[in-house]
Design a protein around this ligand. Structure first.
Ligand code: NAD
Ligand code: LMR
Length: 325
């Protein structure tokens, strides 16, 4: 039997938390032989609701769950953590952009970055889900100087999954046949879902669909899907976001088996993206959790303009939170 790992989830009593915790507890993320200790963070007024979630987790009798801690203290939640899901924060309403949330949500990631720095394992892997997730990750990363940059990431896997879903629907095939489609840049309307090396059933996506659809309806549908869900459901995506969080962390923990996956990570200057910006790149992850950006992919003028627009947007978001870095 492996030793248990410590997994923290913030905003654990929220909508994403309610889907995410059950997938983590069942072994879908860290493996079906990996025991876990869940360390759940909520704000003080929501602790009673969190207790209800913990009661339900206990009642689910997951064999991999060795302990569950519920707290409103980030120092307790992140103590000795191996993996952290930073979810806790406000979702937007239908009349907002994700970047409009930064004034309300950005400060959360200052305190949580500091608490990660002081309490988590140096090898911790952090996924930032709370929006605007790239810039919130930047804030947490900047406030945790003793944790390697390679331990921080933000989630664009939901956008990749949306792109795969749209391609599969258009082709009339199962989504599992779609490979190596990925997303550049920011989790915002500016993101660029790229099919340059994408395949459906082993054949190139660009050979199958005309570029007018790929660069028009497909791109717009993927980039604005978050808003479309808020309008239709009356609430932010939750189950699909939890599922994408599992995909992201599972591939980071167990490897991406050679597949290209989208992860927003601190840039080392890849593809001309300024060092330190949290930017979604095409990545592969080794079985021992090392993320490698796939370099040398073709970037035509259209793609370069999209990458440049994402750099400009993320630089502007960074400037807006300079006081938090
Ligand atoms: P929700 O309102 O249902 O739940 C959020 C929870 O976070 C609440 O229970 C709240 O009490 C808690 N919280 C607030 N501040 C906190 C803090 N400082 N510490 C700990 N917990 C805190 O929202 P949700 O639907 O679960 O969404 C959470 C976030 O995820 C939102 O910002 C949303 O926009 C974002 N999101 C991101 C993606 C993505 O692809 N990156 C997808 C979906 C949602
Ligand atoms: C999403 O993409 O569904 C989330 O980021 C929620 C949102 O605000 O769009």
């Amino acid at each position: 039997m492996k030793a248990p790992i410590r997994v923290a989830v913030t905003g654990a009593a929220g909508n994403i938390g309610y889907c995410l915790l059950w997938r983590i507890a069942s072994g879908d993320c860290f493996g079906h032989d990996q025991p876990i200790i869940l360390q759940l963070l909520e704000i003080t007024p929501v602790l009673e609701r969190l207790q209800g979630v913990i009661m339900e987790l206990e009642d689910s009798a997951f064999s991999l769950v060795h302990d569950i801690i519920g707290t409103d203290d980030a120092n307790v939640a992140f103590n000795d953590c191996d993996a952290i899901f930073l979810v806790g924060s406000r979702p937007r309403s239908k009349d907002m952009d994700r970047s409009d949330l930064v004034a309300a949500n950005g400060p959360i990631f200052v305190g949580q970055g500091k608490a990660i720095n002081a309490n988590a394992k140096k090898s911790v892997r952090v996924i930032t889900v709370g929006n605007p997730c790239n810039t919130n990750c930047l804030i947490a990363n900047a406030n945790a100087p003793e944790i390697p940059n390679s331990g921080f990431s933000a989630m664009t896997r939901l956008d990749q999954n949306r792109a795969g879903g749209q391609l599969a629907k258009k082709a009339g095939v199962p989504v599992a046949t779609v490979e190596d489609v990925f997303v550049w840049g920011n989790h915002s309307n500016t993101m660029y879902p790229d099919v340059v090396v994408g395949k459906i059933g082993g054949e190139s996506v660009s050979g199958r669909f005309d570029s007018e659809w790929i660069r028009g309806e497909f791109l717009t549908t993927v980039a604005t899907r978050g808003k479309a869900i808020i309008v239709a459901r009356g609430a932010s995506s939750a189950a699909s976001a939890a599922s994408a969080s599992i995909d992201h962390m599972r591939d980071w923990w167990q490897g991406s088996s050679g597949r290209i996956v989208s992860m927003a990570i601190p840039s080392e200057g890849w593809y001309g993206v300024p060092k330190g910006l949290i930017f979604s790149f095409p990545c592969r992850v080794s079985a021992d959790g090392v993320i490698t950006v796939v370099e040398g992919l073709p970037v035509d003028a259209f793609a370069q303009a999209k990458i440049d627009a994402n750099i400009a947007e993320l630089e502007s978001e960074k400037a807006a939170v300079s006081g938090l870095l």
